[in-house]
Design a protein around this ligand. Structure first.
Ligand SMILES: Cc1cc2nc3c(=O)[nH]c(=O)nc-3n(C[C@H](O)[C@H](O)[C@H](O)COP(=O)(O)OP(=O)(O)OC[C@H]3O[C@@H](n4cnc5c(N)ncnc54)[C@H](O)[C@@H]3O)c2cc1C
Ligand SMILES: NC(=O)c1ccc[n+]([C@@H]2O[C@H](COP(=O)([O-])OP(=O)(O)OC[C@H]3O[C@@H](n4cnc5c(N)ncnc54)[C@H](OP(=O)(O)O)[C@@H]3O)[C@@H](O)[C@H]2O)c1
Length: 453
């Protein structure tokens, strides 16, 4: 900040995933007080509740960094408090309280539904719910997601491989088929993630798929051999298999509808066959061929990415993302972090977006971290142009929080919870332990008793 007292501002950051946390660090380091609101009790977002549970070292490293951010005196943490039109505090309420700016880093909490017949059947899931379930995020941790023996995953990104990891190595299902609307050259997963399940691949079926798809790929200038070499390269350092699961990759098919056995149980996924056309940008596009067939299965998982949450009340663009100002006043790295109203063709003054809230299901933790940092820089640029509102927001928030119908969680509570979970892990001789319900977490933090007394 050039000629202003940064302490006279207050900024609300909504969402304490990697984007929100690193944004809070950037703002606090510039001397600006931040209130970090989080839906979940714990901070970390998908770093805590998305990254595969066995990546303990990575998760612990990130938790350490997050704790350091939360320890900053200028960062105030309010967990267990969703900011939403449907909840006790909305984004507009925060603005009315007098926050000088609001940064939205809530991730992509909406479900990307394709509107296919059968999408709501039991046994049909969207990956995020399962990921939250096995990572112990309430309430998903407390819900059951019955799996059958024959699973179809739609999509071939890293989330599909996390679901495959769980289905193959933990649930040990009989068969898992991942389907792609495009071809082997267009898979989105990384070699490292494939290594967890590569040894379960049905190599004969994969060879047949490479042979079948090669002419289509060559017709648009793709290299089938390179695509094959990439997928098979995961075999070199693949993990030892722990199940007999047959893992198959099927290409050039797109989901059409989910079929039942007449008693409401999933019996098959009907898929439409596709071919590839070249795009002007050098990429490929799947085009339906008007021919379909069925894949027998009892469980279907959509691993096709997520979308933003309408509950924030922010205007959307034509792709269903939160709209961004196409001509940003505070661009960073030629990127717009500014929320926008497309109907009025006006920016939402003082409202910024970062991370998966800015670009749903896009990139790794490092990308979200950079995005949060850049958004904070954009926001600092905006603060240079306005007069600070002083302590108004802090006072209004304190009075609102005092009358909330739910217990909220602060930094000291998080430390108490972490100590209680570490003690449980030690007692049970587990590498880590997580309480499955908010009630248990609140109880060890002394929040439930306090509410009752
Ligand atoms: C299954 C899966 C596995 C992944 N594995 C890896 C991996 O191994 N390595 C890697 O680098 N990246 C991985 N990623 C990507 C990484 O997790 C994301 O890039 C990153 O977490 C996005 O950060 P974010 O802060 O934008 O959103 P999120 O991490 O989603 O955080 C959003 C935060 O906002 C909060 N929130 C939501 N709604 C509200 C609301 N209304 N009010 C208040 N708070 C709200 C949530 O509680 C959460 O804390 C994975 C992603 C997924 C889905
Ligand atoms: N371990 C890790 O490092 C890890 C783990 C999980 C997630 N992540 C990251 O998190 C981000 C999100 O991952 P993701 O797997 O959700 O997304 P993704 O990488 O974008 O993959 C989504 C897949 O779904 C397909 N798809 C999308 N819409 C579809 C539709 N309408 N019909 C049929 N198929 C459709 C895509 O096909 P098209 O390509 O044809 O669109 C693609 O195969 C990525 O950046 C990923 O790397 C990382």
């Amino acid at each position: 900040m050039t000629d202003k007292n940064p302490s006279a501002f207050s900024v609300a950051v909504i969402g304490a995933g990697p984007a929100g946390l690193f944004a809070a660090r950037e703002l606090a380091t510039a001397g600006v007080p931040v209130v970090l609101f989080n839906r979940d009790i714990k901070a970390g977002g998908l770093a805590e509740y998305g990254i595969y549970p066995s990546k303990l070292k990575m998760k612990d490293g990130l938790r350490r960094q997050f704790r350091q951010i939360l320890d900053l005196p200028k960062v105030n943490y309010i967990g267990n408090l969703p900011i939403s039109l449907d909840d006790e505090i909305s984004l507009a309420d925060l603005q009315a309280m007098g926050f000088d700016a609001v940064l939205v880093t809530v991730g992509a909490q909406g479900t990307k539904r394709l509107g296919l017949p059968g999408e709501d059947l039991p046994g049909v899931y969207h990956a995020k719910d399962l990921v939250y379930h096995y990572n112990h995020l309430p309430p998903f941790s407390q819900q059951s997601f019955p799996f059958g023996k024959r699973v179809v995953c739609i999509g071939v990104g890293n989330v599909m491989l996390d679901i495959a990891h769980w289905a193959v190595r933990t649930l040990k299902v009989e068969e898992l088929i991942a389907i792609a609307r495009r071809g082997p050259a267009d898979v989105k997963f990384s070699k490292k993630e494939m290594e967890t399940v590569a040894r379960n691949l049905d190599l004969a079926a994969l060879d047949a798929e490479f042979e079948r798809t090669a002419p289509v790929m060559r017709a648009i200038g793709q290299d089938p051999e390179a695509a094959k070499a990439f997928i098979l390269s995961a075999l070199e350092n693949a993990e030892e298999p722990v199940s007999e699961t047959r893992f198959e990759l099927d290409f050039l098919i797109s989901p059409k509808r989910i079929l039942t056995d007449g008693r409401g149980q999933v019996r098959a996924l009907e898929v439409e066959e596709t071919t590839l056309v070249a795009r002007p940008d050098g990429g490929s596009k799947a085009v339906d061929l008007g021919k379909s067939h069925e894949i027998a299965c009892d469980t279907v998982v959509f691993c096709i990415g997520d979308r933003v949450d309408d509950g924030l009340g922010l205007p959307l663009d034509k792709w269903g993302d939160f709209a961004k100002n196409p001509n940003p006043s505070f661009p960073v790295d030629e990127t717009s972090y500014e929320a926008f109203n497309p109907e009025l063709q006006q920016p939402l003054a003082g409202v910024f977006l970062a991370g998966w809230a800015r670009e749903a299901s896009s990139g790794l933790v490092g990308v979200a971290r950079k995005d949060g940092t850049n958004a904070a820089r954009a926001l600092l640029g905006y603060l240079e142009t306005v007069t600070p509102k002083g302590k108004a927001a802090t006072e209004a928030l304190a009075s609102k929080v005092a009358h909330l119908g739910r217990p909220i969680v602060n930094k000291a509570d998080l430390a108490t919870l972490a100590a209680a979970e570490a003690a449980q892990a030690a007692e049970l001789d587990l590498p880590e332990f997580k309480f499955d319900s908010n009630e248990e977490m609140l109880a060890v933090m002394g929040k439930l008793q306090r509410e009752k007394s």
